[in-house]
Design a protein around this ligand. Sequence first.
Ligand code: ZN
Length: 156
Amino acid sequence: MSAPAQADCLFCRIAAGALPAHKLFEDEHVLAFLDLHPIRPGHALVIPKAHHVWFEDLPEPLATRVTTCAQQIARAMKRLYGVERVSMFYTGIHVPHAHAHVVPMHHIHDVTSVAYLDAGPESFTPPPQPAPEALRASADALRTEMGAETGASGGR
Ligand SMILES: [Zn+2]
């Protein structure tokens, strides 16, 4: 059930070879290439070739292919750049075609949140821990919502 390529989608056009990219890896289902605005040198994107806007809508085998490709890139980044960790994340920003960022982490805040910056960019401040009741309420709400989805037995 792969979505048809969208003529006006930047990443569909890259996947189809209609636009150039600094490709790292390609097979039938996924493509990895360099981000043109890297957080760090080597910052890569891994996309499914099929057009899906949100990562949560990727069929499981395709989501797995993206992750496996990102793992391969991460191992190469560790060897090449000597970094201890590589991050992988989806943000859904900029291009409405699901893409996983893979970034070699030279600094703890290469990928960060204002919630971690309370003590300044050289430290790492965990956000305050909510009260147990608040955590319980969040977990209950999420579990209920997840149960609603599995209970609906995938009728998308
Ligand atoms: Zn697309």
